[in-house]
Design a protein around this ligand. Structure first.
Ligand code: HEM
Length: 646
């Protein structure tokens, strides 16, 4: 008996070893055939189990002699592109390389040509939808589907992304920014002109963005602490805005979204029944977040179906849930032929989830990093304020700002430059997975040479690396760090520079535009970058992706972020908090040089913290990391008004 068991184990191990070796040999041969540079690694870097546990294995591997791992280990660290991307592409001497492992063959590229080809040819290089399981747990949706099914989702969801709703978003972003400022200052800060040290900037920007998409996208009035719901609010919607859990719930709606996003990996990995009984804090939170969120959304769906079937007039704003529900439950949908595609209930909930996640976490993180970079860069902040004064006036009431008149100049000013530069440096989505169509091999051109990629090949577009590739961006030697280029630095002025080594002339840019896929996939059709700025080569700047699968919400995101920066910096400045090095009384007694010295320490620490950002869903500060800041009324700055501080 013991011998039989042993023999079975040996046979299974031999079979596994055979699979391992033959998989590796097959993938190495396929990598070699493409003619591209390739690395060989022992485990697939895109294997989910590896990605969840890499932090255990990497330190163990590093105990081995350097020569065994130093060439390839970087690619096994999921956020390598953001942390150290350029160095590795430099070392390999190429913008496009392959990684062969026993379980996979993957192409990584930061080449604008390659990225452009893949984003423009949706059918030849579809999205690698298998990688989007985490975003499909509540139902299939526009972000996670491909082909004919994606077209149906895109048609239904894109209907409300228009200029009217962008204007509505602008007004609501102004309103929510005031709510956030009121919370930060409180009655005490309003008197002194300075907030206390804020450690919750990331959390607050998430609340800000959720409140906006909640209202503009879903008609839900979500509140800041101390605010109350309007008296005439529809009682069915009141529970979503409640600051305490309403009857039948153990979390508020906003907390259910926040907790669910915080614990999304646990929700995906563990079955609900197991989360319920596991005696760990993370499991309790994940379970609570999930069941509350699911319950809110099914109640919301139910209410919307009733509203649609009662023939109630359309609501103001995007009413994303209303649009989704109408596609299935309206009278028109009922009369439509059965051949007309409709979403099922699970897809309605799935799309609502994706709009909430895509619509708030991305924008919130961009705002969070933009604020931190402005605190890190006082000279940029001062220039931003000058542009805001010129555009909106220093004393005007933001609620009177006119969207149509303001939007283009706003995005062409230093406000736009700061947003673009944040999205270049710290894009919420650092990489986009595509795949070579399973139907046929496809070609790419790298530096004038054609390479054939095998059908089904996984391709990873290294967005964050393309954004820092000196070949495509106007770069100068860094004045601050002495590095070869300043591309790792936040320099919105870059957007006024005229050219980069690999940048195209405006004629070439026009020709490129002509070759684009001009299909109408709904949403905003214009460029992400104002015409007055440096125009990056197509494929080198894609914070919102590009081509048919580009972000549906990019216009409203830009508008939202422009509005919040304008409202905050019209009256206030942001400063890094220096409590770690000096108390308020000490700062009071310091001369200018001493203040500069203490601020420089805070800048150094802040930059180091930002470098440690990584992605679960989007790029942000995880693991309790934060940068403490204060907001001060303009004229009351302790540090950032000093012209010697840049
Ligand atoms: C700074 C803010 C934002 C950034 C950086 C951003 C970025 C992106 C990126 C990179 C993609 C492509 C993802 C992929 O292919 O895997 C995407 C898709 C998408 N985004 Fe955004 N997004 C932002 C804001 C928004 C907002 C505000 C909404 C909606 C309210 C939104 C809705 C969507 C949707 C629906 C898609 C899927 C489009 C499709 O596949 O057809 N996004 N976004």
């Amino acid at each position: 008996m013991a011998f039989t068991v042993l023999a079975a184990i040996v046979a299974a191990a031999a079979a596994a070893l055979h699979r391992y070796v033959s998989g590796l040999r097959r993938n190495i041969a396929a990598a070699r055939k493409t003619g591209l540079v390739y690395l060989v690694v022992p485990v697939s870097p895109i294997n989910l189990a590896w990605q969840l546990t890499f932090w255990i294995w990497v330190p163990i591997i590093k105990l081995l002699p350097n020569s065994l791992w130093e060439r390839w280990l970087f690619v096994m660290i999921p956020e390598w592109g953001y942390a150290t991307g350029q160095t590795h592409f430099d070392k390999l001497g190429t913008d496009t390389f392959m990684v062969a492992s026993p379980g996979s063959l993957v192409l990584y590229s930061q080449s604008a040509e390659v990225i452009h080809r893949m984003t423009q040819n949706r059918e030849l290089f579809p999205k690698d939808v298998a990688k989007y399981g985490i975003l499909e747990m509540f139902g299939r949706n526009v972000l996670t589907t491909e082909g004919a099914l994606w077209r149906i989702h895109r048609k239904v969801t894109s209907a409300s992304f228009n200029e009217k709703n962008a204007a509505h978003t602008f007004a609501e972003a102004i309103n929510q920014t005031r709510g956030m400022l009121n919370m930060w200052f409180g009655p005490e800060g309003a008197k002194t002109g300075m907030t206390k040290t804020i450690k919750s900037l990331e959390h607050d920007t998430m609340t800000w963005a959720l409140n906006i998409i909640g209202y503009v996208g879903f008609g839900l009035r979500l509140l800041w602490p101390g605010q109350t719901l309007p008296r005439d609010i529809d009682p069915r919607l009141a529970k979503y805005g409640s600051l305490d859990p309403p009857p039948g719930h153990t979390l508020t709606f906003a907390d259910s979204v926040a907790v669910m996003l915080e614990r999304i990996v646990a929700i995906m990995v563990f079955p609900e029944a197991l989360l319920r009984i596991l005696p760990f804090k993370f499991a309790r939170e994940a379970y609570k977040g999930k069941i509350n969120y699911v319950q809110y959304m099914s109640e919301f769906l139910h209410d919307k179906i009733e509203e649609t079937q009662s023939g109630a007039p359309p609501r103001e704003g995007m009413d994303i849930m209303g649009q989704l529900v109408q596609s299935k439950y309206s009278e028109k949908a009922a009369l439509a032929s059965s051949a007309t595609a409709k979403l099922d209930d699970s897809s309605i909930i799935g799309n609502a989830f994706i709009m909430i996640v895509a619509g708030h976490e991305t924008t919130a993180n961009t705002l969070h990093f933009a604020l931190l970079e402005l605190a890190n860069n006082p000279a940029t902040q001062r220039r931003l304020q000058r542009d805001i004064d010129a555009l909106f006036g220093a004393d005007t009431d933001p609620s009177t700002w006119d969207y149509e008149k303001s939007v283009s100049p706003m995005l062409a000013s230093h406000i736009g430059a700061c947003i673009n530069e944040t999205l270049r440096l710290v894009p919420p989505v650092t990489g986009i997975p595509k795949v070579v169509s399973h139907d046929a091999d496809q070609t790419i051109t790298v530096d004038g040479k054609t390479h054939v990629l095998p059908a089904g090949l996984a391709c990873h577009l290294m967005v964050v690396c393309a954004h820092r590739n000196p070949r495509w961006w106007p770069a100068r030697p860094s004045e601050r760090t002495g590095k070869k280029t300043d591309l790792d630095e936040f320099l919105p002025e870059r957007w006024y520079r005229s050219s980069a080594a690999g940048s195209s002339s405006s004629k070439e840019a026009e020709r490129e535009e002509e070759q684009l896929d001009k299909g109408d996939y709904g949403g905003f059709q214009g460029s992400d970058v104002s015409a007055s700025f440096y125009r990056p080569v197509r494929g080198s700047y894609l914070p919102f992706s590009d081509g048919p699968r580009s972000c549906l919400g990019r216009r409203i995101a830009m508008v939202e972020m422009g509005a919040v920066l304008a409202v905050i910096f019209q009256r206030y400045s942001i400063e890094l908090a220096v409590d770690e090095w000096a108390g308020d009384a000490e700062v009071e007694g310091m001369n200018s040089e001493e203040r500069r010295e203490v601020y420089r320490r805070a800048q150094e620490k802040s930059r180091e913290t930002i470098r440690q950002a990584d992605s679960v869903l989007t790029l942000k500060l995880h693991g309790g990391r934060y940068v403490p800041v204060r907001f001060v009324k303009r004229g009351k700055e302790r540090f950032v008004s000093d012209p010697m501080l840049s």
